[in-house]
Design a protein. Sequence first.
Length: 264
Amino acid sequence: MPELPEVETTVNGIKPWLENKQIQQINIYNSSLRWQIPADLPKKYLSQTITTINRRAKYILIHLQSKATLILHLGMSGSLVIVTEDTPLAKHDHFEMIMADGTTLRYNDPRRFGCVLDTQNYLQHRLIKYLGPEPLDKIFDGKLLKNKTNNKTQAVKNFIMDGKIVVGVGNIYACEALFMAGINPSKPAGKISLGKYQVLATAIKEVLAAAITAGGTTLKDFVNAQGKPGYFAQQLKVYARKGQPCIVCGTKISQKTIGQRSTF
């Protein structure tokens, strides 16, 4: 699943091609994603200019001159690529926006678990309204995490993957950050000290920043806006390294399931 670094990489890749450009045409080839793509999008936003594009959690927000916002999520296997208008459609291309100059944004999603929605007030949209803080913002630190534990007994890995606690920390980066911080992923969130949470918050920031610099992690499907993979997989310390030696102590890395997710 594309996580925060992959979504940030996507946003950085499409912004220069789409901002301040006018939408000439919107085509829906398959509306059956996680939620139906609204059928009126092609008419509703014809000739609208894209003003800005940014990210909130794992959502891509395309803001229009009318103050409406398109909300896109890449789901489990989605990607957004920039192509020319005459580029042949690929298998699993479900949605595209063509700009007046021919620049085209295409959404491809083999598993169709992503979404393309619109809203007049994105801050109040049900997908955005209740999200926690951004992990790369200055306000996110160990004290914030500790204050949200409330003596929780759930595993700390599940705790930091809760989007109401902090957004964008998916399975790969939770494993990596906990390893970097020296915290057992199974340890109850409420039993971790403030000092350890400070270390963990720093680790989360460092892991995510490094992954963004590397263009995200491609294990299977993810490609950036130019159709290229991310290269953070080569820097993974524990994720998907079952049976390989730990880079710190040499012990073989083990795998277990926490919250129905593979944990290393």
